[in-house]
Design a protein. Structure first.
Length: 266
């Protein structure tokens, strides 16, 4: 018979992650696509996922998973670029499906490569610069406006994101560090947010948010890099706290920069 504590742990992780995803989705709409896309780059799924993993696995395992997630984030930038390209002319589900396929093609091979954190950081930076340059053509023009928030659907979508985090973190020992990190880095948080924004506010708003997310994900990369480098050198809780603090600091700086952008920029 299944241990009831396992289900209680799964539910706690699912609900905790869902709460964070819902909160960030709401903030994104309130702040607009430029700043909202930066805020979406916070480690809304990876931080809970890797944090819970730290409770179950050795620090070296979590460091390896964080390094694997860093490589996977390069594929996430391609995910965002494909979504930006398709979001205006296509529906939310087709846009996300095409973006998810692009992520899968890149991320799965990355999961089985040696995961040197510094190499992953260089790869992420190169892909980010290229994606921002290519994606600029699809977000030119005035900033899109948001409509009202549909709370019932948003809560449901947030719970779906929580299911993935709960399942992957509890199954980490079976999946292995590299594959766990790769799956944890799948942009499930942004998938939920992107579909919600597209359905509720239109493809242009969702696309502009995704484009801003290309820069915003630098915060997530800093979190993964910091955890990958520090988890084996410092106590687990301190390594996690420092990595998360660095990530939040990057987001705050980028939010200030985005807030000073000219109104016509996306």
């Amino acid at each position: 018979m299944t241990d009831p504590s396992i289900w209680a742990e799964f539910i706690a992780r699912m609900v905790g992650t869902a709460f964070v995803v819902i909160a960030i989705s709401w903030v994104s709409v309130r702040l607009g696509p430029r700043i909202g896309g930066v805020v979406v780059g916070l480690p809304i799924v990876l931080a809970p996922g890797l944090g819970f993993m730290l409770l179950d696995q050795p620090a070296a395992f979590v460091a390896s998973a964080a390094a694997g997630a860093l490589f996977s984030l390069a594929a996430t930038q391609v995910f965002l670029l494909v979504f930006v390209a398709m979001s205006v002319a296509s529906g939310p589900f087709l846009s996300v499906a095409a973006a998810g396929l692009a992520w899968l093609v890149l991320a799965l091979p990355f999961a089985f490569l040696p995961h040197d954190p510094l190499t992953g950081a260089v790869l992420f930076a190169a892909v980010t610069l290229a994606a921002r340059r290519i994606g600029r053509r699809w977000v030119a023009g005035p900033v899109a406006r948001a409509a009202g928030t549909r709370w019932g659907l948003l809560v449901l979508r947030g719970l779906l994101a929580g299911v993935l985090v709960g399942a992957v973190t509890l199954g980490a020992a079976v999946l292995g560090a590299g594959l766990s990190g790769a799956l944890m880095a799948f942009p499930v948080g942004f998938t939920v947010i992107a579909v919600s924004l597209h359905l509720d506010h239109g493809g242009r708003f969702a696309g502009q948010t995704a484009y801003a997310g290309l820069g915003g994900l630098s915060s997530l990369a800093v979190f993964c890099l910091g955890l990958a480098l520090l988890a084996g050198l410092l106590p687990a809780g301190l390594a996690f706290a420092l990595a998360l603090a660095a990530s939040v600091m990057v987001t705050l700086v980028m939010t200030q920069v985005a807030g000073r952008s000219r109104p016509g920029q996306a």
